[in-house]
Design a protein around this ligand. Structure first.
Ligand code: SF4
Length: 482
């Protein structure tokens, strides 16, 4: 395993003046943030001075991760892949989630509409906005003008990063030259084209993908490009379907990651990518009814690749609106695999206002488990319900376990009501608890002197609950008669 630098080792090479020009109080704080990738070496102006050149070189050496990062695209949506220090997320964290690109043909008739559709996809889940990361524009026309027109169409109609995919180096470079200010990723360098594409990539400072089905050949192309001075490289060892081939694809990715991250092999120490879209190569689906089976296979391959921390996948399925199910699968799976294990699962307990709640607005009560609060909040928001959400301190434990363990109890809920005073915001005394806490309702009414309504087991049932059950006037009238 490649040894990680400590904050103290980094500190040795800093200016130690605590001048605060980087926005931090001390150079030691800068060391820590540098390690956490919250700051860059370029954020310290002292390091940019000529007399600090030796220190800067040393710092670059000790802070560059064994799998170097690669950036492509520009502007707000630029994409960083790789840059990982560990094989398994739980050993530290993954810093950059797997990027997902969708292929588009350069001669597609509906190019503009599809580009706009893919660019605009946003799926809100658990507090994150899940988006696609790139468009992989394929030169299927084998014509430089068509490819060029398509590339310009993509960059003029979207800020999403572009991967230019063409195995003819002359066409690839002619088009790359046209949109080089958008920093496209060039796919692909082979054993035949490495000199030509490598020298262009070096001159223009563009990232490239090396492709070979043979790992040794792939490493050798990577080594040659590095000798030329190419600064950003992605490795594609090929994606194969069929009996025995899926495991080969899997093994190749793992081997390269182990060599780069664990053994510190410089030629393998780059982001690794896969192309689930390879399933469709030369394929003609005879019956439209079978289409879903191939889409399904492709998505399983994409998920396998996400599960082993592949840095980038290029998929074919997803460009049509009816295929959103496929993107939903890979985007949510990626979110689960790449979430940071160091983030504590609890959020601060308290009362949250959602929308513009009036005095009849409902008060939903849940735990302060992050994965509970986010979906409840999203379900309320997406149904356009104005409400209050009371998160009770259960130590970050979800409803079902917290009811069983006693953290989500009538006492805890009464204490939260006392502390955060939700009833002062409305003109009723009704609290809505999740269905999983039903057995607490009587005790809550006693302990908090209120009406406790048992809501749905799952927050997706809240809109239906509001239509069929929410009637504060009626409940308060009954409450007054008790
Ligand atoms: S700008 Fe550089 S020298 Fe100044 S506090 Fe930050 S790290 Fe230290």
């Amino acid at each position: 395993m490649v040894k990680r630098a400590s904050p103290l080792e980094i500190y040795k090479f800093l200016d130690k003046s605590n001048c605060k020009e980087c926005g931090l109080e001390t150079c030691m704080a800068f060391s820590t943030d540098l390690l956490e990738r919250k700051k860059k070496l370029s954020d310290c102006p002292h390091l940019q001075r000529p007399k600090q050149a030796k220190n800067l070189r040393k710092l670059i050496e000790i802070t560059t991760p064994p799998q170097k990062p690669v950036e492509f695209g520009v502007g707000e949506r630029f994409c960083t892949i790789g840059g990982e220090e560990v094989i398994y997320r739980h050993s530290l964290t993954f810093y950059n989630e797997m990027a997902i690109a969708i292929t588009l043909d350069d001669n597609a008739e509906d190019l503009i509409d599809t580009v706009k559709y893919l660019t605009g996809i946003v799926i809100s889940r658990l507090g994150d906005d899940l988006k696609l990361n790139a468009i992989a524009l394929k030169c299927v026309s084998n014509d430089a003008e068509t490819f060029k027109t398509a590339a310009k169409t993509v960059v003029e109609n979207s800020d999403i990063p572009v991967i230019l995919c063409c195995f003819n180096p002359d066409i690839l470079l002619a088009v790359a030259a046209e949109i080089k200010n958008k920093k496209p990723l060039l796919y692909a360098v082979t054993k035949e084209s490495w000199e030509k594409i490598g020298s262009f990539a070096f001159d223009e400072d563009l990232p490239v993908v090396c492709f070979s089905n043979d790992i040794n050949e792939l490493i050798s192309i990577s080594a040659s490009l590095q000798k030329m001075g190419v600064r950003e490289i992605v490795l594609d060892p090929g994606t194969f379907f069929g009996e025995g081939n899926v495991s080969n694809t899997f093994d190749n990715i793992i081997q390269l990651r182990l060599a780069g991250i664990n053994s510190g092999d410089e030629n393998s120490g780059w982001p690794i990518m896969g192309v689930p879209a390879a399933l469709w190569k030369d394929m003609k689906v005879k019956n439209d009814k079978d289409l879903w089976k191939f889409q399904y296979k492709e998505m399983i391959m994409a998920c396998i690749m996400a599960a082993i921390d592949t840095s980038l996948v290029i998929c074919h399925t997803g460009k049509k609106k009816e295929d959103i199910w496929a993107l939903l699968a890979i985007l949510t799976f990626r979110q689960n695999v790449f979430s940071d294990p160091r983030v504590y699962p609890a959020i601060d307990p308290g009362l949250e206002q959602i929308g513009e709640p009036g005095e009849d607005a409902p008060i939903f009560c849940t735990t302060n488990y992050r994965m509970t609060v986010y979906p409840v909040r999203e379900d309320i928001k997406s149904a356009n319900i104005d409400a209050y959400l009371l998160a009770v301190d259960t130590g970050g434990i979800g409803v079902e376990s917290a009811v069983a363990g006693g953290q989500y109890s009538s006492t805890a809920i009464a204490e939260a009501i006392e502390e955060y005073k939700p009833f002062e915001k409305v003109k009723h005394r009704i609290i809505v608890i999740p269905g999983m806490g039903a057995r607490l309702s009587g005790a809550i009414e006693d302990d908090a002197n209120c009406v406790c309504i048992v809501g749905p087991r799952d927050s997706s049932g809240i809109p239906d609950f509001m239509k069929k059950r929410w009637d504060p006037a009626k409940d308060m009238a009954e409450f007054a008669e008790r």
